[in-house]
Design a binder for this molecule. Structure first.
Ligand code: PLP
Length: 423
């Protein structure tokens, strides 16, 4: 019979007189009617607050990891609030530049940047390139020898730390496709080579241990390796990546960005790290800022088995449940504080039995076809990881603040599906 834990909702969530959910002063049911469903609704003030916490917590560089959620409005917002932006592909770089973010505010990541992507970054003048492999050093040297500008770079080291998160988002262990391994000596060789190279200017190192990390000790373990390494090579700038976990379902709790920053600085001090410290939160900036609104299309009750509630989206707007087995809460925005005695499975409209949005959800027992149902904490790695599977149209995105909604990504049309089809 549990009610939705309100702390999972965006900061500026309120109940209307009729008990429906308003975010940023705008009624979510009206948003669903006006913009259609599925719809991502972001609380703009919540986003700004998380950016400000990151900037205050990491004055030497707070970098928004755009992979979590990127559109021009989001890139602009993060930049306006003083964040740098992490882009991991030519595509993310293109969108950030199109948003008007200066290239000097960009940190260019990626374990397999192509020569064309590197060229794009060099020509634009990105602030930092994070070098991930010896092949990338070769490529940069070749491009600079060909007349492109000399970049400022970080070398990504892999500290040999298990972050104790899902295998697919764990990146700090030795057995990883990312970065230069410390334990094999590759990291030392890479730093020595970059420092000697006339084609790039070494500014420091980078180290990201994973995503959705709750265990503070994992960051402390990584910092201990980073501190020893930095000491050995006179490193003056360390980018500690992202990874701060967020609460998705009832019973979970996560530190705020401000608390995380304080812990990281404390652990850095304990480890004897004297270098300046940057961080790259993604999920912690955007996840809890948004809810996704869906419309219920069919309800299938299988006695003694379960109730399937099918909505007009699915794995194409949120693949996390099928990728990582991630859990979410479910609720009806028309009666946010109602008891939720009905056990349901929220599924999408794709041709896969695996097309689950919420495997074990709860809803009020009067849920009916036509209702708007919502999943909170869907602001990260939902829209950005979405697809057009089954030629389902990608949803619209609205930002809400001070009683106003603005459309920042329009819903795709059927014609959009043919935009690249030249056949
Ligand atoms: C290099 C790097 N930085 C930052 C992030 C952001 O991580 P999170 O969203 O968990 O904060 C990632 C995520 O994959 C990453 O690979």
């Amino acid at each position: 019979m549990t009610r939705l834990p309100f702390e999972l909702l965006p900061d500026n969530s309120r109940l209307s007189d009729s008990g429906s959910l308003q975010i940023g002063g705008v009624d979510t049911l009206e948003l669903a009617n006006e913009y259609g469903t599925p719809l991502f609704v972001y609380d703009e003030e919540h986003l700004r607050d998380r950016c400000l916490q990151a900037v205050a917590g990491f004055p030497d560089g707070a970098v928004y990891a755009t992979k979590a959620f990127l559109c021009r409005a989001m890139a602009r917002l993060a930049h306006e609030e003083g964040m740098l932006l992490d882009v991991a592909t030519g595509g993310e770089l293109h969108v950030a530049l199109a948003a008007g973010v200066p290239a000097s505010s960009l940190v260019f990541h990626g374990n397999n940047k192509s020569p064309a992507e590197l060229e794009l970054g060099l020509r634009a003048g990105v602030g930092l390139i994070v070098i991930d492999s010896f092949d990338e050093i070769d490529r940069l040297e070749e491009l600079v020898a060909g007349g492109l500008p000399t970049p400022h770079v970080l070398v990504r080291i892999t500290p040999g730390v298990e972050a104790q998160t899902h295998e697919f988002v764990s990146t700090g262990q030795d057995d990883s496709k990312f970065g230069f391994t410390v334990s094999t000596g590759a990291a030392a060789r890479a730093v020595e080579r970059v420092a000697r190279s006339g084609a790039m200017s070494l500014k420091g190192i980078h180290c990201h241990i994973g995503s959705q990390v709750f265990r503070v000790e994992s960051f402390a373990d990584a910092l201990a390796v980073v501190a020893r390494f930095s000491d050995q090579f006179g490193i003056e700038l360390v980018n500690l990546g992202g990874g701060l976990g967020v609460a998705y379902v009832e019973g979970e709790s996560a530190p705020s960005i401000a608390e995380w920053a304080a812990t990281i600085h404390g652990a850095a001090q304990d480890a004897g790290l004297t270098a300046a410290l940057m961080a790259e939160p993604g999920r912690a900036i955007t996840a809890a800022a948004a809810v996704t609104l869906y419309r219920v299309g069919t309800i299938k009750e299988i006695p003694d088995v379960r109730t399937y509630i099918a909505v007009d989206g699915g794995m194409s707007d949120n693949p996390r449940p099928i990728l990582y087995g991630s859990g979410y809460e479910t609720f009806l925005p028309r009666s946010v504080s109602a008891a939720r005695p009905k056990q349901i499975r929220l599924v999408g409209k794709h041709c896969e039995s695996g097309d689950l949005l919420v495997s074990e959800g709860k809803l009020p027992s009067d849920v009916a076809v036509g209702d708007i149902v919502a999943t909170p904490v869907t602001g990260s790695y939902g829209h950005s990881m979405g697809s057009n599977y089954n030629k389902v149209l990608r949803p619209a995105v609205v930002f809400v603040a001070d009683g106003d909604a603005r459309l920042v990504v329009r819903r795709e049309t059927y014609d959009d599906l043919l935009a690249t089809d030249v056949g």
